[in-house]
Design a protein around this ligand. Structure first.
Ligand code: C2O
Length: 559
């Protein structure tokens, strides 16, 4: 591979949407941000310079970061943030991945405007395992807020209430013609008849899973999270925040002399914090007569809470599992975990008025632990812990604590109950601080994630940094180890980095802990992350030189 250099200047920029101008944090003044284009095997070097008042860090969502954990980006997990006037160089190699991923700010809610695509082409002379597209089109779905998103999340955390919802969904930063004064801010895709287009779809929305459809056109899904899948046809895509998917769009053989709308709107299962609106774009055939008014076709999206569509759609994803693109599914398990994933509440502090349910504060947790980020980076603490003998050589931690995190994250929930029955009276979440799970190098891990349904059942797109995992099972109700594990797909399960824990159900994933470092895992609904639906895995070094985390780069930001 070759080395590709990028420079990201973080700066403010006035942007107008919905007839409302605001100053937003951007990369290089662009919204959405610039594309990163590389080939599998290339090294990517991005110099990030922070010219704004906020602290910044950038995450390369879905990049494996083998041995390069210092470049992963989540603030207070793998690095301290880049402060005003400071610079940090992210440096990583793309290994064994091709498709579409994306980058976004990973501190507070700044990812609402700081995001862009990562396009990973196959190695030179390696074709796609599907029809060669005539053109490739990155399409990022997002959310636009008229108000400042930092103010929104600060207010929500202070009052314990739900945050304000966005004012529009967007396609490539554009709300589309259904929104107030947005006709000119409508994404337009001009196509030729009889061709195949590759749409590189990304869901960069903060808080909503989205349906996406194009009127009178079938889509063929060929990849998920930069891994090829067995292609399947669909009229509508469901894509969760954090997920990416490449889909083929075959245009009509002859110019249909019509205009087709594309649309994206939310899939919402839980608490009703959503904006029931639709972003639109236009699919237009080249060579249409410009004067004549063309017939307009509109797509039909599933209804807001169509969980049966969601289930059917998710079940269609299968790994290619060929000799060229094998599915390296762990067949045996070294470490088993059962995590409850859900919302709850914490009591309102004394002499305070709170706007959560019954005067409480909203909270969220994994195994009843509402994770709190430390004020320095976990990875640095881990790295120095390795040097000072925090862990024994077989991967067991010899002490419970260093000063930054503890290693006693529970491997199963601290309170058990019937997760799909009547919610218990006690919906409280404990504040667990920074507790992590330590894994020996290359352990094969099975993780069951169960939606708790404590406070309204909700689908949670869980994202794991540093790994792809295999989705070996999924179901509704309470996970039953005897019944459900017998039906796991260990042959061709889909491999991805973000998967929905279904509303009122569970998902089972497996992965090899083959990447030393500290790896964040969280719900990619941003408000849930803010409320504490997050945790971290520590993966210890292996014995061989290429199984060790490298020392930190000299420009690693300080807290
Ligand atoms: Cu796309 Cu931790 O994030």
């Amino acid at each position: 591979g070759i080395t590709r250099h990028y420079k990201f200047d973080i700066k403010m920029k006035n942007v107008t949407r919905l007839c409302h101008t605001k100053s937003i944090a951007t990369v290089n003044g662009q919204f959405p941000g610039p594309r990163i284009v590389a080939r599998e095997g290339d090294r990517v070097v991005i110099k990030v310079v922070n010219h704004v008042q906020n602290n910044i860090s950038i995450h390369w969502h879905g990049i494996r970061q083998l041995q390069s954990g210092w470049a992963d980006g989540p603030a207070y997990v793998t690095q301290c943030p880049i402060q005003t006037g400071q610079t940090y160089v992210y440096n990583f190699t793309i290994t064994g991945q091709r498709g579409t991923l994306w980058w976004h700010a990973h501190i507070s809610w700044l990812r609402s405007t700081i995001y862009g695509p990562i396009i990973i082409l196959p190695k030179p002379n390696v074709p796609y395992p599907f029809t060669k597209p005539y053109k490739e089109v990155p399409m990022i779905l997002g959310e636009w807020f008229n108000d400042d998103t930092e103010a929104i999340i600060n207010q929500a955390m202070l009052t314990g209430g739900g945050p304000n919802v966005s004012d529009a969904y967007t396609i490539n930063g554009l709300p589309g013609h259904l929104y107030n004064c947005s006709a000119k801010d409508t994404f337009k895709l001009k196509v030729k008849p009889g061709k195949t287009y590759l749409l590189r779809l990304i869901n960069a929305a903060l808080n909503d899973e989205l349906f996406f459809s194009i009127a009178n056109h079938t889509l063929i899904v060929v990849d998920a999270d930069a891994v090829y899948i067995k292609p399947f046809e669909t009229d509508t895509i469901l894509i969760a925040p954090g997920q990416t998917s490449n889909v083929l769009l075959k245009t009509k053989a002859f110019n249909p002399k019509a205009t087709f709308l594309m649309a994206a709107g939310p899939y919402v299962t839980g608490l009703g914090t959503f904006d029931n609106s639709t972003t639109t774009g236009i699919l237009e055939y080249e060579g249409n007569p410009t004067i004549k008014r063309l017939q307009l076709f509109r797509p039909v999206l599933p209804s807001l809470n169509d969980t049966s569509f969601a289930t059917n759609f998710t079940n269609k994803f299968r790994s290619l599992a060929t000799t060229q693109y094998p599915a390296n599914v762990p067949q045996n398990v070294d470490k088993r975990f059962f995590f409850t994933i859900g919302l709850g509440t914490n009591p309102c502090p004394r002499n305070h008025t709170c706007q959560g349910p019954n005067g409480s504060m909203f909270a969220a947790s994994v195994n009843n632990i509402s994770f709190a980020l430390p004020t320095t980076a976990l990875l640095q603490a881990h790295f120095s812990g390795q040097l000072t003998g925090l862990y024994s050589s077989n991967g067991v931690s010899t002490q419970k604590k260093n000063r930054v995190f503890t290693t006693d994250f529970p491997s199963s929930p601290t309170h058990k109950f019937n997760y799909t029955g009547t919610p218990p009276n006690n919906t409280q979440v404990s504040n667990g601080g920074a507790k992590v799970v330590v894994l020996p190098f290359n352990a094969s891990v099975e993780l069951i994630m169960q939606d708790t349904s404590i406070l309204g059942a909700e689908s949670h797109p869980l994202h794991l940094h540093g790994f792809n995992f295999f989705v070996v099972g999924q179901g509704f109700g309470n996970y039953d180890v005897n019944k459900d594990s017998a039906n796991f797909n260990l042959l061709d399960p889909v491999e991805r980095n973000t998967i929905g824990v279904p509303v009122g159900g569970w998902v089972a994933i497996r992965f090899f802990a083959d990447n030393p470092g500290v790896w964040f895992m969280h719900c990619h609904l941003e408000i849930h992350t803010s409320w504490g639906l997050k945790m971290a895995w520590v993966v210890l070094d292996g014995k061989l030189p290429n199984q060790k985390l490298t020392p930190p780069p000299s420009d690693l930001p300080k807290c």
